[in-house]
Design a protein around this ligand. Sequence first.
Ligand code: R1P
Ligand code: URA
Length: 313
Amino acid sequence: MKETLSNANFPRDGEGRVYHIGVKTGDVANRILTVGDHVRARAIAKELDSEEEAGHPTFVKQSQRGFLTITGRYKGVPVSIMAIGMGNCMMDFFVRETRAVTVGPIAIIRFGSCGSLNKDAPPGAIVVPRAGYCIRRNIDYFCEEPLDPKAKESPYLISGVFTADKQMTDLLASSMKDAIHPLVEEGASVGPVVVGGLNADGCSFYSAQGRIDPTFWDDNEGVIADAQAKHPDTDSLEMETSMLFHLAACARDPASPIRAAGCMQVFADRVNNGFIQPEVVALLEPVVGKAVLEALIQVDLEPVAEQGTVWER
Ligand code: R1P
Ligand code: URA
């Protein structure tokens, strides 16, 4: 039988579980690694302390709306690994509902995949952006009678930037370089770690990221050049990280900040039209996942956050 839900404004079940992620206070740690892909989340979760070491069973919840939450400990520190699927609206569900079931400051690091606009970041490279912006399809441009006729001027809207947390980004960059360096020394076709540029979230993998699809009216031949003209140091194109930075910046309670950083493995080379090979992903993903966990446990969260990390079930 389905759970009874209450409160149309922010629905929860009778035990306080949020509607889409299906978790309640105590299920999610204050340090969170988020990815899009459930297989990536489960692979990284192999790095967590064993249940014997943690002294708790690992919490695993797969929601019917496509979210996966795994909470355990890494080197003794409570962490959650959460897979959220794709796109800005999934990031919105994730940030708001996670905020609702945690207490005090939270630290979130996203580990995604991306397309690269930087010739020095080929497939197998890792990008750690300092900030991000969004490229959105302007649907009024495609509307026969837009309310504002000026909408017909711009098929895509390019936002200003939202910054990542500086301390977390520095920790992440340093942890990532330490992790990738030995692979580079061994001659693996991974790296480099490219730090300090901008990420762009497209509202679509296709039109807003400048992919040409003759099946649809997209008028997107100039969207990447336009984004690069407005933001010349754009390194990466993907679909969630800038939204994470934006929502973190919009969190209102100064006693409970949302701190956020991100890194992406380059899958698509948008300069030379190449794509990463599965064996490179197999090599890279566990190493990058571990490097994110290393950075996450070093984030200097206020003591209240540790009290808020209830993690009791
Ligand atoms: C598109 O293939 C997906 O890959 C990227 C994009 O942001 C989008 O979600 O990230 P993930 O690999 O984390 O899903
Ligand atoms: N994810 C994206 O959103 N875009 C790419 O090109 C590759 C991965």
